[in-house]
Design a protein around this ligand. Structure first.
Ligand code: NAG
Ligand code: NAG
Ligand code: NAG
Ligand code: NAG
Ligand code: NAG
Ligand code: NAG
Ligand code: NAG
Ligand code: NAG
Ligand code: ZN
Length: 599
């Protein structure tokens, strides 16, 4: 009896450790502890598919994913069972948890049939997961600290036949992110408590404690996921896997993440990302903000700003919404609002693409370009993700924020995410995002018509620098993309060499307002530390006019939201110069005056 049980268990371990090489024997390949059979040589392993062209893992480029309406919610069976996880094993490559036969199933989610969960296992980097993360899949080039794979097999197949079907297996992939200082999950604490008992290859311990798969998954939204067809990520790399990768990562305490490399001494156990080779990655409908489900004006759609609060997951009727009218008499000066530190704002290679979002024009930055902003009273370091614009029409101003009820011609938003967070996490924290808002106004010269380009001889007098705070060439260059982005959500590669500094020019970045607010588009998450700079960027009027005329979008700004009880802080006015906002407003008559004097 005991003998039979043992045999049965060993058999199931062998059958179930599919992602971990039992097909070729654990000594026949490695990640980094042998030379001949490291990942770039896996294709030489006899009978392996590792050199074929539908391999996993991949980098998921979010701008290229398509929504598949068939990717509806999964049905999970046994995920909350505390009896299903039988044992945990060091198989020489990773740590695997075996599931009792047919005790846990998954169906729905666009899968064709029921899949039985066989095992789950992990991929990780080094204990210094910040610099050496180890997820297998990456999202826009970003690697998470770890990844968990729940391996399932179609219920009418056997291990002998499953590898011969492109959908023989379904793997559910979860990214794992480090959480700091939050409550440690009991389930993860229990799971990792077994690691010191399986430090040697082939060591197995029974998991007789009550942990469930749901306990590990926590509150990840299981309706939001990517889907593509790929392979096992270890030899034999059979192209037999329907891949699911959930958008939201599981948060696990950093000390528990570190236990995986520290106890097993396996490091960087992930396969490099593989070429897509023409494959399409899909996303579930519930993960997409349908680009036409909301709009600014009635003639575009029914869901105008006053109705945004009716959208799914909408936070648009919260108390801390943006934009607002900044009444300067009600702001409080705050000495802690010092100078910002800008990192890589002068790098001319960081803009990846320009995209028509269906609502605005957005420039996406390259992943890992490390364009960062910190200090300036911000609670941490923030990484710039994108910048986009808000505008009016040919005759009407369209900034989102107002200063003393004055609307400016345009507004540029540089959207940054807290460096320690991914975007979905950031959206759930009140300071997860930082947005730098710059007003844009017409250069004086071009407003005064025909005399525009030939600037008057100032006779050595210095006209205030407001005549052009930005590098006009940079704006011309950017505006030249507006005619190329006719298709919504189709990024156009940015090939010009322009830095963010080029666009900002010499606008004063020391004088600004600060308040806590929200995204100004649905879902309006109250997750934004707002910085609104007092001085405006000056851009040629003709270039500004291209934004509405080329895109057809007009008046794309959200109406003013109530301040409620919020505090609006202001940098201290520097002595010797009048308040910059006033200066911008005063500038017209001043220039006209100087102009008149000179002629
Ligand atoms: C899982 O599916 C199998 C059929 O493949 C079924 O026999 C079993 O009862 C299911 N398990 C659960 C927990 O629903
Ligand atoms: C679903 O799987 C069954 C076998 O399990 C197969 O006969 C059928 O063609 C599949 N359907 C689709 C749409 O792939
Ligand atoms: C799976 O496919 C391989 C290669 O095409 C073939 O040699 C093998 O017999 C197939 N196995 C089964 C069980 O169909
Ligand atoms: C942390 O745990 C304590 C006690 O278990 C609980 O009161 C508290 O709400 C938890 N905090 C979070 C952020 O979950
Ligand atoms: C793990 O190892 C410790 C120390 O050797 C031992 O006390 C404990 O019983 C082991 N746990 C399991 C589940 O085998
Ligand atoms: C799908 O799951 C999500 C998140 O669990 C839920 O909000 C939504 O209502 C579900 N949709 C359906 C059609 O059941
Ligand atoms: C521009 O927008 C304003 C404000 O919505 C509107 O009153 C005006 O008619 C628009 N002008 C043109 C030329 O469309
Ligand atoms: C924003 O919110 C944080 C956290 O609640 C608070 O510490 C900070 O003072 C607020 N900032 C402003 C400008 O109100
Ligand atoms: Zn915006």
């Amino acid at each position: 009896m005991g003998c039979f049980l043992l045999l049965k268990m060993r058999l199931s371990v062998v059958l179930l450790s599919l992602c971990a090489a039992t097909l070729v024997g654990s000594s026949d390949w490695c990640y980094n502890t042998c030379l001949e059979h490291s990942p770039s040589h896996w294709n030489e392993i006899p009978g392996s598919s590792c050199g074929e062209n539908h391999q996993s893992p991949i980098d998921i480029q979010t701008s290229s994913v398509e929504t598949d309406p068939n990717l509806l919610n999964f049905t999970f069976e046994g995920f909350d069972s505390t009896q299903a996880i039988k044992s945990i094993t060091n198989n020489g490559h990773t740590v695997t948890c075996e599931i009792g036969e047919k005790l846990v199933n998954v169906s729905g989610g666009g899968l064709n049939g029921t899949y039985n969960v066989l095992q789950f296992h992990f991929h990780w980097g080094k204990a210094d997961y910040v610099h050496h993360p180890g997820s297998e899949h990456t999202v826009d080039g970003n690697r998470y600290p770890m990844e968990m794979h729940i391996v399932t097999m179609k219920d009418d197949l056997s291990p002998d036949t499953a590898a011969n079907h492109t959908d023989g297996y379904a793997v559910l992939g979860f990214f794992i992110n480090a959480a700091e200082g939050q409550n440690k999950s009991e389930t993860w604490t229990t799971l990792t408590s077994f690691l010191p008992n399986i430090t040697e290859t082939d060591q197995t311990v029974n998991v007789d404690q009550s942990i469930s798969i749901n306990g590990l998954i926590g509150n990840v939204d299981l309706s939001k996921y990517y889907r593509y067809m790929g392979s096992l990520t270890t030899p034999s790399c059979s192209e037999a896997v329907v891949w699911t990768l959930f958008h939201e990562p599981i948060s696990v305490d950093s000390t528990l993440i570190q236990m995986f490399p520290l106890t097993t001494r396996f490091v960087d156990i992930y396969r490099p990302t593989q070429d897509l080779n023409g494959r399409q990655v899909y996303t579930s409908p519930s993960s997409v903000h349908q680009s036409h489900s909301w709009c600014y004006e009635e003639h575009h759609c029914a869901t105008i700003p006053t109705l945004w609060s009716s959208l799914p997951d909408s936070k648009c009727d919260g108390e801390n919404q943006s934009p607002i009218n900044i009444e300067t008499s009600k702001t409080s000066e705050d000495e802690s609002l010092g100078a910002f530190t800008f990192h890589n704002f002068d790098n001319k290679q960081v803009i990846e693409s320009v995209i028509n979002t269906g609502h605005s024009v957005q420039c996406n930055l390259k992943a890992n370009s490390e364009v960062e902003v910190s200090d300036g009273g911000l609670p941490g370091v923030y990484t710039v993700l994108q910048f986009h614009f808000h505008w009016g029409n040919e005759t009407s101003d369209g900034s989102e924020h107002l200063v003393d009820s004055k609307r400016f011609a345009m507004e540029m938003h540089i959207v940054c995410v807290k460096k320690s967070m991914d975007t979905s996490e950031a959206l759930a924290h009140s300071d997860g995002l930082a947005v730098l808002g710059f007003f844009i106004e017409a250069t004086q010269a071009s407003k005064s018509g025909t005399s525009s380009e030939t600037s008057p001889d100032t006779g050595g007098m210095t006209i205030p620098s407001t005549s052009s705070t930005s590098d006009l060439e940079a704006w011309k260059n950017l505006a030249s993309y507006l005619d190329q982005i006719k298709t919504i959500n189709t990024p156009v590669q940015f090939i010009s060499e322009i830095s963010i500094d080029d666009l900002l020019g010499n606008v004063d970045r020391h004088s600004y307002f600060r308040y806590n607010g929200s995204l100004t588009t649905p879902s309006c998450n109250e997750a934004v530390v707002w910085t609104v700079f007092k001085e405006s960027i000056k851009v040629d009027h003709e270039l500004m006019a291209k934004f509405p005329s080329s895109t057809g979008y007009e008046n794309i700004y959200r109406p003013e939201q109530s301040v409620h009880s919020r505090t609006i802080l202001s940098t201290k006015a520097t002595t010797g110069s009048s308040p910059p906002v006033k200066a911008a407003g005063l500038f017209c008559p001043l220039l006209v005056f100087v102009w008149a004097l000179l002629h």
